[in-house]
Design a binder for this molecule. Sequence first.
Ligand SMILES: Cc1cc2nc3c(=O)[nH]c(=O)nc-3n(C[C@H](O)[C@H](O)[C@H](O)COP(=O)(O)O)c2cc1C
Ligand code: SF4
Length: 505
Amino acid sequence: MTWARRAVPAVATAVAALAARDLIQRDHALLRNFPILGRARYLLETIGPELRQYIVAGNNEERPFTRDQRRWVYASAKQENNYFGFGTDNDIEYTPGYPIIKHRTFGRAVPPSSPAAGHDVRLPCAKVLGAARGRARAFRPESVVNISGMSFGSLSGNAVTALNKGAALAGCLQNTGEGGLSPYHRNGGELVFQLGTAYFGCRDEHGRFSLDRLKDLVAGAPVKALEIKLSQGAKPSLGGLLPGAKVSAEIAATRGIPAGQDCVSPSRHAEFSDCDSLLDWVELLAAETGLPVGIKSAVGDLGFWQELATLMRDTGRGVDFVTIDGGEGGTGAAPLIFAEHGLHEQVVFVGAGKLGLPDNAIVAFALGCDLVNVGREAMLSIGCIQAQKCHTDTCPTGVATQNAWLARGLDPASKSVRAANYVRTLRRDLTKVAEACGVEHPGLIGTDAVEILDGRTGSTPLHEVYGYRPEWGLPSPADQAEIIRLMVPEAPKGGSAPPSATAVG
Ligand SMILES: Cc1cc2nc3c(=O)[nH]c(=O)nc-3n(C[C@H](O)[C@H](O)[C@H](O)COP(=O)(O)O)c2cc1C
Ligand code: SF4
């Protein structure tokens, strides 16, 4: 058995060398955290499609993000080819709700011919945030794709850093989430500061909102807008509790709370109690900081939106933006109500909820969204594998954990590039689809460009599904003219071959 005596140490040395390599490399958080063991996942991922296709589940079956959707994000984040070969495996004709985006044969925007063209194209918002209400610090968001609110505390410091640096690289905004503005948010990326019911980061020692602290905070960081969180899809107006064990010194300092003690997020805001007082508070924050101020909510009770829009129309007070956490469908409800009150051109609509994929985002834009926020898709871009253990503090990729050893696996430098690649690729693909629809910018896509299949080979135009009039969901004529002017020199344009002598037009 001499060969065995020789082989065992040789194999052990090779495994140890591989483990050491896994530990120090920075591209794959999973391998940094689980050397050797993590390789099994990559092997399974490689042969997974074949295994699943015949044995377990299809490419469209996993939730919340299907395998195809995740593959699209991963490929985009690595700047690899994100196309699907040999036609779609989606059961298009027989899937109710499937959106069909209609290209225009003789549209005015001519898409470029090369698949990679447009990766670095600027894709700013078609509206100027805060302009309609004359806010001192109104601005045009540089990117229609921005990073959704996800607090430091729910995400690791390394994940927040990666997303913040990624936002800086891609020229987009990062929403802080309701957990305050941490040191990890100060890596160059511009911010939307979110105010939740606990007023983390801008509260006094009794837990009361402090306007002075808010003003100090926004003066000392690149905060471009404020977002008042009313609710989010997964937390419909419920409070929350962060157990004392998880309130580290860092989290305590960021949130403005004592370390090591249970931290309660109330279920209601203390600063306002109805639409009228909400609008007063919005105006106060805007006047004191000069920043545009918006609200974030799931669609929920339509009566709230009706009342808010009526008060805005009748009193002249108003929010500068509305973030709707509700996917394509929910996103349609808010612009519709504001349009009925003649206000849709004065509000920037931000959609969230699986809108970080081109097809979903295009439907949202057609329904009147001006911006989309990406949350979990951005997490996927920095290494999340949808293990769905975010709530257990054992996230294997270091994205959603406060465990220092697991978070160490996530290298912010390389992952920030992935996050930026993903945002840029999504912008590129949105530009391409807009051009295929004959317009220069996704915000100019109207409801007439989309049909929703009924699952029985028939379809209904999007405006009929949501009860829209043709002009609803579009920016004002002046904003449309301006965004076309901004886009035209930007996007590389295609064209035709030189016309022949017998060409007729
Ligand atoms: C880990 C995590 C933390 C979140 N924290 C917040 C938060 O602090 N405030 C908020 O308004 N939404 C929060 N959200 C919701 C997201 O901002 C977003 O609205 C939601 O995930 C839907 O978008 P998505 O499908 O792109 O993920 C969080 C989501 C995740 C996954
Ligand atoms: S626990 Fe799983 S789903 Fe949650 S962030 Fe980590 S890898 Fe992603």
